[in-house]
Design a binder for this molecule. Structure first.
Ligand SMILES: Nc1ncnc2c1ncn2[C@@H]1O[C@H](COP(=O)(O)OP(=O)(O)OP(=O)(O)O)[C@@H](O)[C@H]1O
Length: 556
């Protein structure tokens, strides 16, 4: 701290200036000092500040009954102490408190380790008379002190135990630096009365920490549980039942098979199962058997050792099974897996072990399997495309995801949510649907299920000119989807299987006629291809599952 003495002003008991020196000789300054002092009660002694023009002085007042001496100090730039004195009216009371309060009171030693200040309370504690110890070596006055070491090393010692006069205290010792960074003193303070107090405090911290972690855990469980099930939208009986089943089976570590048409939410359900399971802290790894080229399936799943094939990474790679260790492996389109891989998957599921491609070391992975498929397993098993033993392994529990056309009452909620999500995602004004839009959407067949509905709503939201989406806005979607219908051939426009978005269902008479035409064509095709259903489906441009449904309907 650098305060330059700028002047001295002596005033009589009546407040008249009787002597002035330095800047105090300037009447503007002395008047200002006297006025400020008078404006404050009991200012016979103390510290206060006086702004004069763009300058400022810190004033120390020392008074007697007859007169007071006011010593003016000029402030050096950016001095926090000056700011403190200038802005806090009771600055001197605060400093006095800091010097005398038992918990803040300071003991100060200078660079030589000599005591320069000790608070009255500590003097009493050490049995000293006021001022007796000042100027003595701190080691002669305070037992087990290390303040002389701290002023030498410049290193603080916080929370140290110190025995003094038969009692134990927790103290802190800190070096004090001047503006140039030189150690000029060390100060000591008592932090706690003793280890008991500290221990109680630390036990409290431990207790609060454990309470906090308990609540964090509970919160994260709640959030993830809500996150998992709440994302599955629908109030239909089928969806409510599905959610109940998910909640029930998720915590059990059994393999789950999700069966349902494309876009019915199989992946969404897999996530919910993972989030509600004990494995939620680990990741859910997804494999799409249909999307991996057959030559790479093995290395994708099992990983490979270094240099096992051309183009392989030098260090080798962990496969999906290893990545899913302790988590969940979501096997999408499991029905599309080549037979030879089915055998290997079966082995992994049976004994949990496998080898990386190009390696012979048995590896183990502990994952929970959730598989999904929109294929007809019964037919695939019959035709030898899927192994029965593997089917049993992956389907300890099977959940059926209902197609959207069987739960039309969910369309309103789903469409509104899609619209809301769209607005949030693209930060556009929230649009709404005209009242007749929902019945219109409910009259569609939705072969692509919820995915297709979301897509339709998003596209309509893009094309709608106003904030209210109408049926006409959905017709834009019809035109664009017509260019890429999900099925080609004579059945493309069939309201039963395809029913493109936005096409109004034909009147019942037309529907019957179309149905009859369909059945006629199927009969003819069966005849031409000697009952080969695969060829019939190909020829007519329909899926085999739809063909089977139609045949059942026709009683064939
Ligand atoms: N009940 C539902 N609530 C909210 N969103 C849903 C629901 N069902 C499906 N979705 C949404 O529909 C889209 C398709 O869902 P998802 O990918 O889970 O279907 P899928 O059955 O796995 O389809 P695919 O068999 O084609 O892979 C996703 O955007 C998903 O969030």
């Amino acid at each position: 701290m650098k305060f330059e003495t700028a002047g001295v002003l002596v005033v009589s008991a009546h407040g008249e200036p009787v002597f002035s020196s330095g800047v105090a000789r300037d009447p503007a300054v002395s008047e200002c000092v006297i006025r400020t002092r008078q404006s404050r009660a009991n200012m016979s002694r103390g510290l206060f500040s006086v702004p004069v023009g763009d300058k400022g002085y810190a004033v120390v007042a020392v008074g007697s009954e007859d007169a007071s001496a006011l010593i003016l100090f000029e402030r050096s730039a950016n001095d926090v102490l000056f700011d403190f004195a200038a802005t806090v009216d009771c600055a001197d009371d605060i400093l006095r408190h800091l010097l005398t309060n038992p918990y803040e009171a300071l003991t100060v030693v200078d660079r030589e380790g000599l005591l320069r200040f000790i608070s009255p309370i500590h003097e009493r504690f050490f049995g000293l008379n006021r001022g007796d110890a000042i100027g003595r070596a701190v080691t002669d006055v305070i037992e087990n002190t290390r303040l002389h070491e701290v002023v030498r090393s410049g290193k603080a010692e916080i929370g140290q135990i110190q025995r003094m006069r038969g009692t134990t205290r927790i103290v802190s010792r800190s070096p004090v630096l001047d503006l140039q960074g030189n150690v000029v003193a060390a100060i000591g303070q008592v932090m706690f009365k003793g280890p008991d107090q500290l221990q109680r405090l630390s036990a409290e911290v431990v207790r609060l920490k454990s309470e906090l972690s308990h609540y964090q855990q509970a919160l994260s469980t709640q959030v993830s549980q809500r996150h998992g099930l709440d994302r599955i939208i629908g109030q239909s009986k089928a969806i409510r039942r599905l959610k109940e089943q998910i909640a029930r089976i998720a915590p059990l570590d059994v393999p789950v098979l999700l069966v349902g048409e494309s876009g019915t939410g199989k992946e969404l359900v897999a996530h919910a199962i993972h989030l509600l399971s004990k494995r939620r802290e680990q990741s859910m790894v997804t494999v799409n058997a249909a999307a991996i080229p057959s030559t790479l399936v093995e290395s994708e799943l099992f990983g490979y050792e270094p240099g096992s094939f051309t183009g392989a990474e030098r260090k080798g790679r962990r496969g999906k099974f290893e990545q899913a260790h302790q988590g969940t492996l979501f096997f999408d389109e499991v029905g599309d897996m080549p037979l030879e891989i089915q055998v290997k998957l079966l082995r992994v599921l049976q004994d949990g072990s496998f080898e990386r491609v190009g390696g012979d070391k048995a590896r183990v992975s502990d994952f929970r399997l959730v598989s999904a498929s929109n294929r007809d397993f019964e037919a695939m098993i019959d035709s030898g495309e899927f192994r029965l033993d593997l089917f049993y392994r992956i389907s300890a529990v099977s959940l059926h995801l209902p197609p959207l056309r069987e739960r039309l009452e969910d369309i309103e909620l789903l469409a509104n949510q899609a619209l809301y999500d769209f607005g949030i995602k693209h930060t556009t004004r929230q649009k709404t649907m005209a009242p007749d839009v929902v019945p219109f959407l409910q009259s569609q067949r939705w072969p692509g299920n919820v995915r297709q509905l979301i897509h339709a709503v998003e596209t309509a939201a893009i094309f709608a000119d106003s904030d209210v989406i109408t049926i006409e806005d959905f017709e834009t979607v019809i035109r664009s989807s017509d260019a890429m219908p999900p099925h080609t051939g004579p059945f493309a426009a069939s309201p039963i299987e395809v029913g493109p978005i936005g096409v109004q269902s034909p009147p019942a008479g037309v529907r019957d006629a179309l149905s009859q035409v369909e059945e006629q064509m199927i009969r003819e095709a069966l005849k031409s291809f000697d009952g080969n259903k695969k060829r019939v489906a190909q020829e007519l441009g329909i899926s085999r599952s739809y063909l089977y449904k139609k045949l059942a309907h026709m009683g064939l």
